[in-house]
Design a protein around this ligand. Sequence first.
Ligand SMILES: Nc1ncnc2c1ncn2[C@@H]1O[C@H](COP(=O)(O)OP(=O)(O)OP(=O)(O)O)[C@@H](O)[C@H]1O
Ligand SMILES: [Mg+2]
Length: 315
Amino acid sequence: MSSIITITPNPCVDKNTTIKGLQPDKKLRCSKPVFEPGGGGINVSRAIQKLQGSSTAIYPAGGHTGVFLNKLLEKENIKSIVINTKDYTRENIMVVDELTNKQYRFCMPGPLLTEDEWQDCLHAIESINDVEYIVASGSLPPGAPVDFFGRIAIIAKNKKAKLVLDTSGEALKYALREGVYLWKPNLSELSFYSGFNEITTDIAFEAAKKIIAGGMAEIIVTSLGAAGAILVTKNIAERFVTPVVQRKSTVGAGDSMVAGIVVSLSKGKNLSEAVSYGVACGTAVTMNPGTELCKLADVEKLYEQMGSINYGDYK
Ligand SMILES: Nc1ncnc2c1ncn2[C@@H]1O[C@H](COP(=O)(O)OP(=O)(O)OP(=O)(O)O)[C@@H](O)[C@H]1O
Ligand SMILES: [Mg+2]
C-alpha cells in the first residue's frame, strides 16, 4: 500500500450534545457532551483508520483545545505531525434536538495562523518522502493565505504526489488554478465553481468535463448525497448508485467518501472500483447517529450492492 498524508489547516474539537426542544431566551439543558477530533483532513485520516488503512495527519494546533485534540487523535492511533500555534484550536458545537431530530452545527472561524505557522504546515508536507497521495481538505483559518491549497498543489507536483482536494469557496479556485489530481465537490461546490445557479446531474457531467479539459483536475468525483456520485475523467463518465439505507446522520459522509476512494486507490484498485467503494463509505456513515464515521462491516456490505451506470446509457 502506498503512503497517504492528510492536511487539515483548520482542525477542531467537535463537542456533541443533545437538547429536548430548541427555544430562544431559555436556558437549554444539554446532555453530557461527547468530544471528537474534527476538520476535513483529520476526519479523512480517522475514516482511513476505520477502513484498515493508514495515513499521517498534518495539522496546526494550539492552546488547551489543541492539546485535547492531540490526545483525542492519539487515542485513535492516528499518526500525526502537529504544528504548534500560539492561538487556540477552535471548538465546534453540534447539537441534536431530540424533539425534532434536527441537528444544528455551530462552526467557529478558527484561530489566527501566523505566517511562520502556515509556512511550517507547508514545510511539513514538503519534508515527507515517498508520499503517493496528499489529501487537502476543509476550510482555511484566518491568517492562512487564500492560495494555501494552491501552494500545496505546487508541492504535490514537485514531489510527484497526487493531490486529492475537498474544499470550497475562493480557496478552491486558487487550488484548481494550479491543477489537482482528484477534486471531490458536492453539487453546490461544483455549481459555485462552474458559475451555475442550479445544477442538474446532466449539467454536472458537462461542467466536470469542461474543468478537466481546462487542466484544473484529472478526475472529478461529484457527490450527490443519497443519489450517489458521478465520476468524470478525460475518458470516463460514470454514475454510481448507492443502496437505499435508513439515514440517521450525514455528518462526515463527504470525508469518509474521500477516505474510501484514496484507500482503494492506494491498494491498487482501479478508479471505478475506488469511487464505488468511496460511495459505499459515504452511505455507511449515514447509517450511524451523530458524528460517528463509517463502520467497515457496513461498508463491505454496501459495496457488494453498489450499482453503476455508464453515462452514455444513463443519459
Ligand atoms: N442521505 C443519504 N443516503 C445515502 N447516502 C448518502 C446520503 N447522504 C450522503 N450519502 C453518501 O455520502 C456521499 C457524500 O455525501 P454528500 O454528497 O452529502 O457529500 P458532502 O456534501 O461533501 O458532505 P459533507 O457535508 O460531509 O461535506 C454520497 O456520495 C453518498 O454515498
Ligand atoms: Mg463536503
